[in-house]
Write a protein that binds this ligand. Structure first.
Ligand code: FES
Ligand code: FE2
Length: 337
């Protein structure tokens, strides 16, 4: 196995902030474990999850009344900056461990190395868009396999039951992909199939469904913009959704997705009176679609990193480019963990 690059050079979303209470939590990025905890002021902090003494997991320890995280083995304890003390040898000076940045953004805690500039935090939120909510989904597959799934819409009829077109509509789908040195841009449009969610979103079966997305690798995430057009009049339906999906490789066989859903409703639309319903429908539908991908992905989890031998079609152009950028940008050209 090649040496794993340091993933903490990027800010990754790792946990909904409300899930970090008094008990320390272990999270993983790229086969490395980090412990999250809150000190006596409620401030969220992150340290390496291996005690510098003899590597016991600090996440199995507890937060003392003075806000220091205590190791469960011999009680060495640490503040939010990683400054350590040994109760048995108070004069010992090599007790410190590595501390990380942990910032809250859109209800999630985002982790990065201390030296990573805060300006590297991915900007979410766009003019006129409202935040609907967020959720996480576990993909039991390596990052490259999970990313492949979010690089094409050819699988919509087979894997999904509501999103976009069914098999009958597939031949009417138009598709364009543009590849750049740091991103991939993809545009799909095709007939929207029937779905129980459509009335809640002001959409009708037969509308032209547009799915445009941009994938970047600092860290790996894709931002999908979806909207619908009424085919007879060419008028756009009032709802536009924008969904940012972050793909965090916890281990070489497990990827955690963190999804942030936004939406915008056109001025003067009746849909403004039903914003709570729109928000609810978007989150429910989003969770289901991600769950559909996650439940299928286990079947292709062993797909190799090399694409040789695969009979690729036109829809796979972004798959190829994303795999390249995954290696060169996210893994820093050093190979996958
Ligand atoms: S291993 Fe943590 S105090 Fe000994
Ligand atoms: Fe999918």
């Amino acid at each position: 196995m090649k040496a794993a690059p340091d993933m903490t050079r990027f800010f990754h979303p790792v946990l909904p902030a409300r899930q970090l209470g008094k008990t320390p939590v272990c999270i993983e990025i790229g086969e490395r474990r980090y412990v999250l905890f809150r000190d006596q002021h409620g401030r969220a902090a992150a340290l390496d999850d291996a005690c510098p003494h003899r590597q016991a997991p600090l996440s199995k320890g507890f937060v003392r009344s003075d806000g220091r995280l205590a190791c469960p083995y011999h009680g060495w304890n640490f503040d939010a900056f990683g400054h350590g003390r040994s109760p048995a040898q108070p004069t010992l000076t090599h007790c410190d461990t590595i501390a990380y940045q942990l910032v809250e953004n859109y209800g999630y805690l985002w982790l990065a190395a201390k030296q990573t500039s805060i300006s590297a935090l991915t900007k979410l939120g766009w003019d006129g868009f409202e935040f609907a909510g967020s959720f996480s989904t576990l993909f039991k597959a390596p990052l490259h396999v999970a990313l492949d799934n979010f690089s094409e819409d050819e699988h919509l009829p087979s894997v999904h039951s509501s999103l976009g077109w069914d098999e009958g509509g597939l031949s009417q789908v138009s598709f364009k992909a543009e590849t750049f040195s740091e991103r991939t841009e993809v545009h799909y449009q095709g007939p929207q199939r029937r779905s129980p969610w459509l009335p809640f979103l002001g959409v009708k079966a037969g509308d032209q469904f547009h799915n445009d997305w941009i994938t970047r690798f600092d860290p790996v995430h894709a931002v999908f913009t979806m909207f619908w057009v009424e085919p007879k009049t060419g008028r756009q339906r009032p709802l536009i959704t924008r969904t940012a999906i972050f793909m965090v490789p916890e281990t070489s066989s497990r990827t955690r997705f963190h999804t942030f859903v936004f939406f915008k409703i056109a001025n003067k639309s009746l849909l403004h009176q039903f914003v709570p319903v729109v928000r609810w429908a978007l989150l429910q539908a989003g969770r289901r679609e991600l769950a559909a991908d996650a439940s299928f992905i286990v079947n292709v989890a062993d797909t190799p990193l090399e694409l040789e031998g695969m009979h690729l079609g036109k829809f796979d152009k972004p798959v190829i480019h994303n795999r390249r950028l995954l290696q060169s940008i996210y893994y820093g050209g050093k190979g996958e963990t």
